[in-house]
Each structure stands twice: as structure tokens, then as C-alpha cells.
Design a protein around this ligand. Sequence first.
Ligand SMILES: *Cc1c(COP(=O)(O)O)cnc(C)c1O
Length: 484
Amino acid sequence: MSSKLIFEMSSVGRTGYRFPDIDVPVLPVKDQIKSSLLRESIPSLPEVSEVDIIRHYNSLSKKNFGVDAGFYPLGSCTMKYNPKINEDVGKMSGFTGIHPLQSEESVQGYLEMLYETTKSLCEITGMKWGTLQPFAGAHGEYTGMKLFKAYHKKKGDTKRNIILVPSSAHGTNPSSARISGFKVQEITADERGLVSVENLKEHLSDEVAGIMLTNPNTLGLFEKDIIEIARLVHEAGGLLYYDGANMNAIMGKVRPGDMGFDVIHLNLHKTMSTPHGGGGPGAGPVFVSERLVEFLPTPDIKKDGDNYSFEYNIPNSMGRVSGFFGNMAVLVRAYTYIITMGSDGLQKASEYAVLNANYLKEKLRSNYHLYYDNVCMHEFVLSAKKMKEEFGITALDIAKGLLDYGVHPPTIYFPLIVPEAIMIEPTETESKETLDSFVDAMNEIYKKAKETPEELHEAPVNTAVRRVDEVLAAKQPILKWHPE
Ligand SMILES: *Cc1c(COP(=O)(O)O)cnc(C)c1O
């Protein structure tokens, strides 16, 4: 089929639509719009028929690959399957038609939704109260770090300017600590891929403001010593921050609040199902333990009988972190997800997410090297280091090879502590049949790597575009058509 641009399909005078005849007097354009705002020549818009335009958009839509098109092992971290009912509710005019400056009396339903969402998420995380304001995970981390600051400041404990961050943390953790004015010290991982408690002990001091921890960590492993870690940090006068972006693994099973954490952010766009691949939109609400409630951003949402309102008078509040009350479209979807799933549904989702990941891990480990040999949570990390040494095949070749099987490649070269990393997160919604066909594809790729590696270097061969120069595509994207 033609892969012509719509501009190239243009033929002078061809139309796909006719306007009704004008039934009002026609004024010359120059009398209606200032001449400085008028263009000098007619724009070169494509002139095509209706069927041309339908084929154009239809063919574009088929070039896209997403979770609605096929298996997508990037997981909740990039985008898990998002139930369509969330979109229906997100589109309801009662939500989309309101204005942030409307009176509280006229948006009681919206305030109730915010209140109930906060309450449900506190229940899920085991925390006391929270704020829905932050717009992303990293924004939640920033909010959390400012809460740490406010807490130590009120205690007069201003010497505490160090945040400990394990080497297996997400890259946003050290960045958020740094941008909030803290110094960052790295805690090493031990041979299990978990936080080294010994190394942690060496770093604890009266200058440590706290620790930021991702659990399950970016290797997909649950931090087994979490209770001990929480005790040690608290005893040293520090606070604990839980990067809850990986909540998909633990909903209804364990709660960060019960593990002793003081702050957690959730990535609602990940776990609570909002389409967000490619950078947005997001919501990174933050929940806190009792001792940090007084510092939460203003305004808070209050319930008084059946009446909901904003509370602006919070004397020790760290201030605002968003212009209004958060990314409402994402919050509505998250609330819909929570109430349609119910508490047993959320628990099941995590159970299946973990089961599916472990199933794939066990099926793939004979051909692919499992870097940390452990029961995994919602994701696991393979390494193509041996394949690179033996067959000259890299993680990138494997990813490109998968494209020919109609599978979106998993994350590669992350986390950084695993050489030639391939990180796989299948999520809860995939059937055994889909997982098995992914295993077949991976095993065929292994066979190719061993027998005909030159073929894999050429992959993909069945896609509209072959291997692109990713650096050039990112640095000099050509996003506009220019007439000859
Ligand atoms: C995605 C992610 C983040 C950052 O979230 P953003 O919404 O992209 O800012 C932080 N930590 C972990 C573990 C993540 O997976």
C-alpha cells in the first residue's frame, strides 16, 4: 500500500467536503482581520477526497503499535492495559465542563471524588492523609523531599542535608533529592540485588535527612530487609520515602505505611491506569504518615457532614505544588479504576502481575541469563551479556528482532547496574496464550542468535521502517513537510 504523505496525494481542486452556501453578506477579509495578521499567500494544504483522507488516517493508525494492538512488555511502568470505562468516565461533561475557579457549592461531586480518591489511596498505601496535587512521579518525589525539609526544620534539626539513595533506585530519586537542596549519597546493592544493610549502617548519621527507596526495586525484587531498614533509619533520626511507582506489584498485599514509611508517592498513570506512554499526562499524589500531615500542601479537602470544601488555612503547610488541585483527568480515571476493581480486584491484579512475571522468568531462563536469580515481583531483568560474548548479539538486536514477531520490545539497557539489560513486565491482563507466544518468539530469536546472527543484526525486516538512527531521530527530528 502507498505510504505517501497526505501532501503528496494532493491534487489541485480535489475536495472532500462542501460548505453550504453563504447566506450572510460577505465582507472582504481585510476588513475583518488586521492586515498584519493576514498571510500573504494561500497555505499549501493538501487537496484530497474524502476516501483519500479516510485511508490516510486509517493507515497512520495501523502504523502505531500500542497495548491495544498487541503484547507490550513495557508494563505498568510505561503503560498497562487501561480499561475503556475509565475513558468513558473521564469524558463525562460533569467533569470536563467545570472550571477550577467555580464556587465550591457548584462542584460538590468533584470535591467528593477528590476526597474519596485520597481516602482510598490512603487505605491502599496504609498512610494517614495526602495530597493529589503533584503532576507526576518525579513531582511527587519533589513534594516528599520538601516535606522532609519542613519536618526537620520545624524540629530545628537543620544539619540534616543528606538523602540516601540505593544504587537500584529509579533515576528520578537522586535528581529529586538534589533539586530539593539535599546532598545525595548512594547505598550499594548486595549480591542479592537488594539494599546492603551493612552499607546503609555505615552511611547513617545525624546529617541524614532520610532515605528514598523504590520497592519493589528497579530489578523487580522486593526489599526483604525493609522493616530492618525502616527501624535503622528512624533510629538515626531520618525519615523514609517510598517510591511507590511500582505499586502494581503489591496492591492489597503489603502497605508502605505498615512497613514504617513516612511518605509515598504513587504513579496513578501507571498503576491506576491512565494512558500516558510517551510522556504524559500523569498524577503523582503523595501520602504521608501521621507525623507529616501538618506539612502537606495547601489546600486540603475537608468533609463536613455531606459538605465538601477546600481548607486553605494550614499553618505549617509546605505551600502549593500545583496551580490548582492536580491533574483532574487522571484522578477521575484512577478513581474509576479503584471503584470498578474493588479491593479484591486490585489485590488480584497485583497477584496476576507477579504470577505472569514469574511465569515468563521461569520460561525464559534456560536461554536468557537471569542476572539476579530470585523470585521476582511484577518485573524481572535478563542480561544478554553472555549472548553478546558468544554470538555478538546485543540486547538491542533482541529488541529489534522482537518487532518482526509483532511484539513491542521490552525496556533495554535499564536498570544500569545490569549489563545488556532486558527488563520485562508483562502485567496482569495478559493471558497464558499471549505469554507463551512471547516465549516462543524469544526462543526463536535465541536460535537465530546462535545459528544465523547476521539475520538478527538486520532485524526488523517486516516493519514499515527498519532500524532508525535513534540519536539522529531524537536530535534532528523532521516533523514538518516542506514543499519542494
Ligand atoms: C516512572 C517512575 C518514576 C517517575 O515517574 P514520572 O511520572 O515519570 O515522573 C519514579 N520512580 C519509578 C520507580 C518509576 O517507575
